[in-house]
Write a new protein. Structure first.
Ligand SMILES: [Zn+2]
Length: 259
């Protein structure tokens, strides 16, 4: 059973974004999508704490009084700017609505659920918004559509007022997506592959070996030499404590803080 959206991780990685695959993503979907014409942006309205606490719900759907089978989106976007690839098939994210004359939201649009409560208590982190606009731009470039094919759920949903997500201004968001597509946005921060001082390679999630153990010793997690999510979270904490951008990637600036 092959679903269509297996290109998502590569397209996002090629745009310099952090990507985590949710096990089973390649064969997850309420059937397959049809021809994809755009992206619908959401926020989860989930818990205030944690990087992507809504991931299980998005993956498996919800029961209760108004059950909705999962997946509830193809992508989740964590507060640290990591894209979680949940499904390569169709997802129940859109419901009834219309955008750019397309009404079959679940079949024609990729859904991105960004972790945010949607309330004033949860300002959008710049790392997350930067990844949001770059990720949407990368997808639209891949499907050869312009920024106008990025809708907010609140714009797509009918009847009007049925949805309020995402909480940010969509006209401004589309302008920032267009700037990435047109190449007029500031480039993504460039991280050299090797630390010019010490010659140590830039490490990120998925890396293995003795240098990973050295990082783990510095950030205080068990030294198993394998750069997984726990190490990444500890690296982010370490970076924050050192006044660095907490991207979870050990590049020259972070290496400089590690003896
Ligand atoms: Zn939504």
């Amino acid at each position: 059973m092959g679903f269509s959206l297996t290109w998502l991780p590569e397209v996002l990685k090629a745009a310099g974004l952090k990507v985590a695959l949710v096990p089973g993503w390649e064969t997850r979907g309420a059937g397959d999508v049809s021809h994809i014409v755009g992206v619908i942006c959401h926020h989860t309205a989930g818990p205030l704490q944690g990087n992507m606490p809504s991931l299980k719900l998005l993956t498996n759907g919800r029961g209760g009084k108004h059950p909705l089978p999962g997946p509830l989106s193809q992508l989740g976007l964590g507060r640290d700017g990591t894209f979680y690839v949940i499904a390569a098939g169709r997802a129940n994210h859109a419901g009834k609505g219309r955008w750019q004359s397309f009404a079959a939201g679940n079949s024609s649009f990729i859904g991105i659920e960004a972790e945010n409560t949607g309330l004033d208590n949860d300002p959008w982190p710049e790392e997350q918004m930067d990844a949001y606009r770059r990720g949407v731009a990368a997808i639209l470039i891949h499907i050869q559509r312009g920024a106008a094919f990025c809708a907010g759920h609140k714009e797509y949903a009918l009847p009007k007022g049925r949805k309020s997500d995402p909480s940010f201004d969509m006209e401004r968001f589309r302008a920032s997506v267009a700037a990435v597509i047109n190449g007029t946005a500031a480039p993504a921060p460039f991280i050299p592959a090797v630390d010019p001082q010490g010659g140590r390679p830039t490490l990120r999630r998925g890396a293995e070996g003795p240098l990973v153990s050295a990082v783990q010793a510095a950030v205080g997690v068990p030294q198993d030499g394998s750069f997984g999510p726990k190490t990444e979270a500890a690296v982010r904490g370490f970076q924050r404590s050192q006044g660095l951008l907490a991207d979870g990637i050990v590049g020259p600036k972070t290496w400089a803080m590690i003896p």
